[in-house]
Write a protein that binds this ligand. Structure first.
Ligand code: OXD
Ligand code: MN
Length: 588
């Protein structure tokens, strides 16, 4: 039975049902009873596997199709009327043409299946910062993941009332045909359509599709920002909590930073850290003129491999109950899960992520490198008490970062807002062996939004620049790089919890409590400005980490120019001027 009288919603659901022709429609009311019956149904069909309920209460394992294990950027489209509004970095097709193509793929795609209608909220239900969506799907896995990643159920429809202001999402696994897999956004219609995939990032439509691609367009139109950023609170021994948001491309340890544990010497003094979010921040100007960031999600969709007691004990703890694991290995002896990097003892009698017998010694992987855990945010031991604050938290600093072996110093600060936007626009990361293709190639990923911006990247930069006038107390903007290496390729910065030393300098800079020196790229700490007590790092190494190598930066400038050139003269003038100024000061 429909849970709403909202005519706009009912008409659209009818239309989508007429197209996809499901056998029945079930509305997700958000009750534990309904979710439990869906878990049972998914286990009965083999879609999910119930894990050891003593060791992992409420936890399940799911395996996707072997050809369907990651987001598919090449098949992700932004369909707005004018191609220039999508920009050169997004795939585009005329909306009418795309609708025609998709309607053919959806025709009868739910034949004999159930269509689940999931009302969900990004943000605290009923708050003025929240936005609502309805996802129609033929996958129980999607329903159960959405119920962890977002706030779902009848309360969302009650909050929506009779308003037509919601994001429409249609997902069908259809036949999982790779050649007809499409993840499509129609920002002018607030509509998302996903077909022929069953993998998280392509099908949990609240996350990348709504909270970043569609929301970035809403933010542009409504004067706020949807960003691919973690939100972290840092509490000093006086009990003052300061918040930062931070954007990093994939494979830079964003979830680890979001849940970092302070070094022992900091813990003893009373420092604490609080995770507000690990992936997405919606950022608005508050009545007080500061920027406020909230996490629109309700859970973590984290990469499993590499997560362990040392790298991220908080994330690991978060996965110990009510979690769905996707594409990890199954230890058949204990009916628990395993992945590369969890520990050094792979299970002897296991099934790999594809469900094949696996002994841990065959040279193949037990878990897929992109295997995931979907865990409730509330499970995280360091979840912020402000997590449910509908306004979010006030930002003192915005941090950008990437994985760079040589060029970029450990940390530097922008001179002002425009220079900070420039720093975000030139963000880049070097490819690792984790992705297909050559290793060490510099890939530009401005604000870590290249795959997630729902409109033209240069208009997005202009939106960042325009925000300045709206903000009375501007956060300071920084860039960090945890990944500098020596000549043998070894990391020279220890990373993980020790990153707090850098964040502490950042916070002290925000409050006028720390020194810095000017350089061609921005303000840098002197080695003595960072607190190094309890960490044995030679002065020479620290100086190296804080150095700016001019010849490498001149190469960087050519790389940035080549990247900016892709936008055919549409890069905002203030950013071109920053690039010219950088080049000039490097040559001075
Ligand atoms: C993610 C990503 O899954 O950024 O969060 O790829
Ligand atoms: Mn992400």
């Amino acid at each position: 039975m429909a849970l709403t009288n909202n005519q706009a919603v009912l008409r659209w659901v009818d239309e989508m049902a007429a197209l996809t022709k499901p056998q029945e429609i079930i509305w997700i009311d958000g009750s534990e009873k309904q979710l439990e019956s869906l878990r049972a149904k998914a286990c009965a069909t083999g879609e999910m596997h119930k894990l050891n309920q003593e060791r992992l209460p409420g936890c399940y394992l799911h395996r996707t199709a072997v050809n369907d294990v990651a987001r598919v950027e090449g098949r992700t489209f932004i369909c707005c009327r004018r191609q220039e509004d999508a920009g050169p970095t997004n795939n585009w097709m005329d909306p009418q043409e795309m609708y025609r193509k998709l309607y053919r793929l959806y025709d009868g795609s739910m034949n004999g299946r159930t269509m689940y209608a999931i009302p969900y909220s990004m943000g605290v239900v009923g708050s003025s910062f929240a936005k609502y969506g309805i996802e129609l799907t033929d996958s129980i896995y999607v329903v159960l993941n959405m119920a962890i990643m977002t706030r779902v159920g009848a309360k969302v429809l009650d909050a929506l009332g009779s308003s037509p202001d919601y994001v429409k999402g249609l997902h069908s696994k259809a036949t999982l045909d790779e050649k007809n897999r499409y993840i499509v956004h129609f920002p002018e219609d607030n509509t998302i359509m996903s077909v022929n995939s069953g993998y998280g990032g392509n099908v949990l439509l609240g996350k990348k599709c709504f909270a970043l691609r569609i929301a970035s367009c809403l933010g542009r139109d409504e004067g706020w920002m949807a960003e691919h950023m973690l939100i972290l609170g840092i509490e000093n021994p006086q009990g003052e909590v300061r918040y930062i948001s931070a954007a990093f491309p994939s494979a830079c340890g964003k979830t680890n930073l979001a849940m970092l544990i302070p070094p022992e010497i900091y813990r003893k003094k009373g420092w604490k850290t609080w995770c507000v979010g690990d992936d997405i921040a919606w950022i608005r100007v508050g009545k007080d003129g500061r920027l406020w960031a909230m996490n629109p999600e309700f859970g973590f969709f984290g990469v499993a491999p590499g997560t362990n007691q040392k790298s991220n004990p908080n994330a690991l703890a978060a996965t110990h109950k009510n979690t769905i694991f996707t594409n990890v290995a199954l230890d058949q002896e204990t009916n628990t899960v395993w992945w590369e990097g969890l520990n050094k003892t792979p299970p002897k009698n296991a099934l790999d992520w594809m469900g094949n017998p696996w002994s841990g010694k065959t040279g193949t992987k037990g878990a897929h490198p992109n295997s995931r855990f979907t865990a409730p945010a509330q499970n995280c031991p360091c979840i912020s008490p402000e997590f449910e604050n509908p306004m979010g938290v006030p930002l003192s600093a915005i941090v950008f970062g990437g994985r760079r072996a040589k060029t970029v110093p450990l940390v530097y600060q922008s001179r002002n807002w425009t220079h900070g936007v420039f720093m975000g626009s030139i963000m880049a990361s070097e490819t690792t062996a984790a992705a297909a293709g050559a290793v060490g190639v510099v890939r530009r990923d401005p604000m870590a939004m290249l795959p997630f911006c729902g409109y033209n990247m240069t208009d997005y930069w202009q939106h960042w620049l325009d925000m300045e006038d709206k903000i009375k107390t501007k956060p300071k903007i920084f860039n960090v790089n945890w990944f500098r290496t020596d000549d043998e390729g070894n990391f020279i910065w220890p990373g993980f919890g020790e990153n707090l030393r850098v964040l502490e300098w950042i916070i002290r800079r925000c409050f006028g409590e720390a020194d810095a020196v000017d350089s061609p790229i921005g303000y840098l700490p002197k080695p003595e400005d960072l607190h190094m007590e309890g960490l044995s790092l030679s002065k020479g190494t620290l100086s190296e980490l804080l150095s700016v190598n001019k010849p490498l930066w001149r190469e960087e400038v050519s790389g940035i120019r080549a990247f900016y050139d892709r936008f055919g003269g549409t890069v905002p003038r203030p950013l071109m001027q920053e690039l010219d100024a950088l080049e000039k000061s490097l040559n001075a």
